[in-house]
Design a protein. Structure first.
Length: 224
């Protein structure tokens, strides 16, 4: 029986289950997929196991995401877009955003660095898949949640300066890659004894923030 159609009550009679919205289905599947991919990795995870964890059918999973590879990409980066949306709502949608520009930037870069560090195994798996598997070799253009993240970040930058030196569409990507690379290749580029963990993190934050700040200062800040 389709899990959306209904379940049996304790007496054995069919009991209709309230139909979930498309958004609810998507969120359930993404959450379940994230947990399953973190638990057993991309190769070990199956769409059947993810569907069971999400309490949906495999048919519903494939209708929402098309393939396991698509689901993997979205499961990685949807939480990042949600994080930026929450950060924007809490820290940038107020009259003091301009005066707290550097403080807010430092806070968000630290959150981004933490996100990458916490999800580095999944991101590394994605990079390998993008390199060697034809099914996933479409670049970030195929990752809807990451595209939304970039668009949201560019809009935040664009809303706070006029005529910046670097197009915000590029700046948000460069900033993301700078943090990603420093975390992903940490052991390669920061050998033991070079600097403390705190010093490395501070250097990452300062580098990215100063780039964003220079771009922001190039234009005339918009009034909130």
């Amino acid at each position: 029986m389709d899990q959306e159609a209904g379940v049996k009550s304790k007496t054995g009679s069919p009991q209709r289950r309230k139909r979930r919205s498309a958004e609810q289905l998507t969120n359930r599947i993404l959450h379940a997929a994230t947990e399953e991919f973190k638990r057993v990795g991309y190769a070990g995870a199956t769409t059947a196991a993810i569907a069971r964890r999400a309490d949906v059918t495999e048919a519903q999973l494939f209708r929402c995401f098309g393939s396991k590879a698509n689901l993997f990409r979205e499961a990685i980066f949807e939480p990042l877009d949600e994080q930026l949306r929450a950060f924007t709502s809490e820290h940038l949608d107020d009259g003091n955003a301009g005066s707290l520009f550097q403080e807010n930037s430092a806070l968000y870069i630290e959150q981004l660095r933490s996100f990458v560090a916490e999800n580095i195994d999944m991101i590394t798996s994605l990079v390998v898949a993008q390199t060697y598997e034809k099914e996933t070799g479409h670049g970030v253009g195929a990752i809807g949640s990451l595209q939304r993240y970039f668009e949201r970040g560019a809009a935040n930058m664009r809303g706070r300066a006029v005529d910046p030196k670097v197009d915000p569409k590029l700046m948000v990507r460069v900033s993301f890659v700078a943090v990603l690379a420093c975390v992903m290749f940490r052991e390669w580029i920061f050998p033991p004894g070079l600097a403390s963990e705190d010093s490395i993190n501070q250097a990452i934050n300062t580098f990215v923030i100063e780039g964003i700040s220079a771009n922001h200062a190039a234009g005339v800040p918009r009034q909130s």
